[in-house]
Write a protein that binds this ligand. Structure first.
Ligand code: NAD
Length: 462
């Protein structure tokens, strides 16, 4: 059952953390194993919940939520013992005898606010890092995926330490209420405006924040790309989750010489994936609510529809759609598309594409399809973004060893794998010295001779 979060509940989590029970490796491993059991035993109810929330298919749910989380949790569990070991640091001769090391300490009580579009992954992937770090935490899944939120609040507590990990359900009012409390870390996934509110709340307590926000991720296709592969991968990544993925390709920048064949191949790939009428495909998701549907359906008038374009408001359905002739000042190009509509822009050179990317704010990801390795170096050198994926899309977020996060307007901080463990811990440095020897050199009075000697030692041994 979801519970009311008030001062007493907050004190309960704080008390649990202060008791020290979340610190030992054994507790952390038990929680991670509990999470794995939840994912395995509840696989079918999870798939049903996501199907009910926005018609997400069982296969996509496994691929991007349950299976992904299982793999991330296992990756972290198997390496955690090593990450928790103190790291020795050499001590320069003039501080000898002594030993120096640092450990990574839990932060305390952490707040995780999830977004609706990957309602399981975005609530539980931060939880993996936070548990590995030995924290207590409060998780608030998104109210826009109500079945998944309910499932998390009723089922997950059966598998983990319910005094240390609490799930609370609700929308904006509840979130504002939660933000009054002093958490030791605020981890937020969602839109920029709400991210600002989270950061403002965290500032009051000088608590650290991680903001996993959205943005416009460009996908560049050069004239040397393997067009068949590019088309299949773009069509898959763009229309997965009906385009509602933070790292979904938001717009295409295609070399003018390959635009027509690429669009033809994407059209073919879509027919192969979803049939003649994607509305009847069991593998094609919907918009979560009428507001999201209306926002995007209105944008279909902002250019020429070259593929797709059919909509059904009652079903919150928008067909996989490609558009040309979209103006730079249109809503489609000014805001994150976040849905199954892909504007296509022609460019005459890679430099023109990177100039367009640089003219906007830093994206969460940049995609490049090219047959020349120099092109990747050029994109790396001329742009800034949270990540880059070359000749594929989305999968850089599945490599657990790669930090995942944005920069600038697409967010701050990162997680996944070891980076998640580091995000939810703080380094603590320790220097243990011997009382002897204790030469006079460091104590006043100094005088010219002592200072010269000190300079020589620091120059020589640092
Ligand atoms: P949203 O900002 O509307 O909601 C996110 C969460 O914030 C929800 O749990 C919501 O209840 C909560 N919230 C509501 N009011 C709030 C307030 N006043 N202050 C703080 N939190 C509040 O976002 P959404 O529609 O769920 O998700 C879509 C956005 O999230 C897109 O921009 C997408 O790109 C981004 N996103 C980013 C990532 C990432 O990993 N970087 C992943 C998924 C989604």
């Amino acid at each position: 059952m979801s519970f009311q979060y008030d001062d007493r509940a907050h004190a309960g989590l704080k008390g649990c953390f202060d008791s020290g029970r979340t610190r030992p490796l054994a507790w952390r491993l038990a929680q991670l194993r509990g999470l794995e059991s939840f994912l395995r035993e509840c696989e079918a109810p999870i798939a049903r919940a996501l199907q009910a929330d926005f018609r997400k298919s069982e296969a996509e749910t496994w691929l991007t939520e349950t299976g992904w989380l299982l793999s991330e949790t296992r990756y972290v569990r198997r390496r955690l013992r090593g990450w928790m070991k103190p790291r020795r640091v050499p001590v320069p001769l003039h501080y000898q005898p002594g030993r120096a090391w640092f450990t990574r300490e839990p932060l305390g009580v952490v707040l995780v606010i999830g977004a609706w579009n990957y309602p399981l992954q975005l609530s539980l992937a931060p939880l993996v890092g936070a548990l590995a770090g030995g924290n207590c935490l409060l998780v608030k899944p998104s109210e826009l995926a109500p079945e998944t939120s309910r499932l998390l609040s009723t089922e997950l507590p059966r598998f983990v330490d319910g005094d240390a990990i609490r799930i609370v359900e609700g929308g904006p009012d509840l979130t504002r209420e939660l933000l009054r409390h002093r958490f030791d870390h605020f981890f937020f996934t969602g839109s920029r405006n709400k991210g600002r509110e989270v950061m403002t709340a965290a500032a009051k307590h000088l608590s650290p924040v991680t903001l996993e926000l959205g943005g416009k991720c460009p996908c560049i296709v050069t004239e040397t790309a393997d067009l068949r592969i590019a088309a299949r991968r773009i069509a898959w990544a763009k229309f997965l989750n009906a385009g509602q993925t933070c790292i979904s390709p938001d717009y295409l920048l295609v070399h003018e010489s390959v635009e027509a064949p690429l669009l033809g191949l994407i059209r073919e790939a879509l027919k192969h994936f979803y049939g003649e009428d994607p509305q009847t495909s069991p593998d094609y998701a919907r918009m979560p609510d009428r507001r999201s549907f209306n926002r995007l359906a209105a944008c279909l008038a902002e250019g020429e529809v070259v593929v797709g374009g059919r909509v059904d408001a009652a079903d919150r359905y928008i067909e996989p759609t490609l558009m040309r002739g979209v103006r730079p000042d249109s809503q489609l190009m000014q805001e994150e598309v976040f849905g199954p509509v892909l504007p296509v822009l022609r460019v005459s050179a890679l430099a023109e594409a990177t100039d367009i990317v640089r003219s906007g704010s830093e994206p969460l990801a940049i995609y490049l399809f090219s047959g020349r390795s120099d092109d990747l170096r050029e994109v790396e050198g001329r742009t800034l973004s949270g990540g880059i994926c070359c000749n594929d899309l989305l999968f850089h977020a599945s490599i657990h060893g790669l930090p995942f996060g944005g920069r600038g307007m697409s967010g701050m901080g990162a997680y996944h794998g070891r980076t998640g463990f580091e995000t939810f811990t703080a380094p603590r440095s320790v220097l243990a010295r011997s009382p002897f020897p204790d030469p006079d050199l460091r104590y006043p009075p100094y005088g010219e001779h002592k200072l010269r000697l000190l300079r020589w030692i620091v120059d020589r041994f640092s």
